[in-house]
Design a protein around this ligand. Structure first.
Ligand code: SAM
Length: 282
């Protein structure tokens, strides 16, 4: 079957009485150019180990294998997983897990080390899965994913931007994030209502933190973006645990870190967040 042929993909579904599941974000990629862009952007080559979330009918998987990669794929839908198992029965370079990527033991899987993550992510849970992988200490050095355009804009948004949020601040601490291209809804079947984007993440180590500091970074920024309209120093007195600081103490801490004490969460850059967590009172 030609997996980038809309007619053939539709026929495959009709013949088996398979109705793409919206909740599982089953919008299959049917555009050859976009497929190549996704794999090109990850720079996938022979012998590389690639992690794919949601292989679906296998359109990305086939291309990864064609380029010589070894693929570990995680698919939640049992019917699609059964089809993949049958189709790739004689392909030792594909290891398929029929599992929910939200429940994967990432410590064990990522310890096997991947050169890249390449995925056309399911809309509803894509961000959560991506953050679970990206914030792991053994995260792949490169990730290329497709997500809704507005989600991609959040991932890439810099300080002060309307779209600046927790996901971007988490991802940008360890990755350079770039939107490679916008993808029209017609590149998928069934056609989603909104545009998507291909996003490339390249790992960097400009903002290294200890394990404790990393935990604090994640907790502090999560709390801060839940109260993004408030001045950070004022918001912190309502935080819990070690994040809770009296406003005067928080203002002093911010000033000592060279940050305006009246600042709001979306205005800080990643380096400033890191300076803050390193200086956090013990
Ligand atoms: N890779 C295929 C493609 O590009 O055509 C399918 C991509 S489709 C956008 C998302 C895929 O993720 C579907 O195959 C869906 O069944 C799967 N999926 C959805 N939620 C999942 C989860 N929690 N864990 C693993 N796979 C999931």
């Amino acid at each position: 079957m030609n997996l980038t042929s809309p007619t053939q993909v539709r026929e495959w579904c009709q013949q088996r009485g398979f109705h793409p599941n919206r909740t599982l974000g089953q919008n299959f990629l049917i555009d050859r150019n976009i497929l190549e862009s996704i794999v090109d952007a990850a720079g996938v080559g022979a012998e590389q180990r690639v992690l794919e979330i949601g292989p679906g009918l296998g359109v990305v998987t086939v291309e990864l294998l064609r380029r010589g990669a070894q693929v570990v794929a995680i698919e939640k839908d049992h019917r699609l997983a059964a089809w993949l198992t049958e189709t790739f029965e004689h392909e030792p370079r594909l290891q398929l897990h029929t599992a929910d990527a939200l429940e994967v033991d990432w410590d064990t899987l990522l310890a096997t080390r991947f050169d890249a993550l390449v995925s056309n992510l399911p809309y509803s849970v894509g961000t959560r899965i991506l953050l679970d992988v990206a914030t792991h200490v053994a995260a792949p050095p490169v990730m290329t994913v497709t997500v809704q355009l507005e989600v991609a804009e959040r991932f890439a948004a810099g300080p002060g931007a309307e779209a600046r949020g927790q996901a971007g601040v988490w991802l940008q601490r360890t990755y350079d994030v770039s939107i490679v291209r916008v993808i029209k809804p017609t590149c998928f079947w069934p056609k989603p209502e909104i545009s998507s984007a291909l996003v490339r993440f390249t790992r960097h180590d400009r903002h290294a933190l200890s394990v404790t500091e990393t935990r604090r970074y994640l907790e502090l920024t999560r709390f801060a973006f839940m109260h993004r309209r408030k001045q950070l120093a004022a918001a912190l007195r309502n935080a819990s645990g070690e994040l809770c600081l009296e406003t005067a103490v928080a203002q002093e801490l911010l000033a000592a870190c060279g940050v305006d004490p009246r600042i709001r969460a979306e205005e800080l850059d990643v380096a400033q967040w890191c300076t803050l967590v390193r200086a956090w009172p013990a």
